[in-house]
Structure formats: structure tokens, C-alpha cells
Design a protein around this ligand. Sequence first.
Ligand code: THU
Length: 130
Amino acid sequence: MVNILKMLDEVMERSYSPYSNCKVACVLVFSDRLVCGTNVENASYGSTICAERSAIVGAISNGADMSTLSAIYIKSNKEQFFTPCGACLQVISEFASADVDVVVLNKNNEHRDFKFADLMPNKFDKDKLN
Ligand code: THU
């Protein structure tokens, strides 16, 4: 946990967020590694990439075994708790089982703990396509 908190703070400092000034960091916990991501904003606001999707894309790109994802940590530089947005939940849902831990921290390291299924109880996934 201490390592993860340190990593969240380091990653948050790399956030590119000149428009909102909301710095967000995400750390994904796999059986053999931690993968981080941060939010990357754009002058065309809708092209912004959230920290969570940034982390998922980084994990895949770097060869993480997505089936071993066990926890997701998300921290912002605000008092508020930045639970994942709808777009991020959909992307995470491709890889997260219902019991994946989602820990959301505010700038003071106060945290709210969820299971993925608490945040997205009725996900649309590949099972619905058969
Ligand atoms: N943001 C994230 O990175 N993750 C979330 O869960 C919610 C919002 C970012 C997107 C944008 O750069 C800023 O926070 C304000 O919405």
C-alpha cells in the first residue's frame, strides 16, 4: 500500500491537465506488476483521456496479463473522490471481474473502497454478444 501511495503521487504530478487543473492518477495492480496512468487533456476537451483509460491502455501495450487484475487505485488532487466516469467504467469492465477492488483516494489520502460491481452492477460485455 505504501508503494502504491507513493506511485500515485508521482504519477499524479505527470498529469497533463492545464484546462481543469484536476490531476488524476491511476494504478492497476496485477499479479506480477503495477501499471500507472494519468489524465491527458486536450484543447479539444472531448479528446481528453482519463487516468483510468490511460492506465488500461498502458497495461495492454506493455504486456500485462489482464486476467490477473486485482485492484484499481485512483487518486485526485482534489477534496472530492474521483470515482471512474462512465466511459472508464465501460473500458475497465472489459477486464475487471466483479470482485476487483476499486480504491478511490482524495488529496488527503482519505479513501472510499468499492468492488467493481458496486460501481457497475450491470455491465454490457462480450457475453451479451453471443
Ligand atoms: N478524470 C479522470 O482522469 N478520471 C476520472 O475518473 C474522472 C475525471 C479527469 C478527466 C479530466 O482531465 C479531469 O479529470 C476533469 O474531468
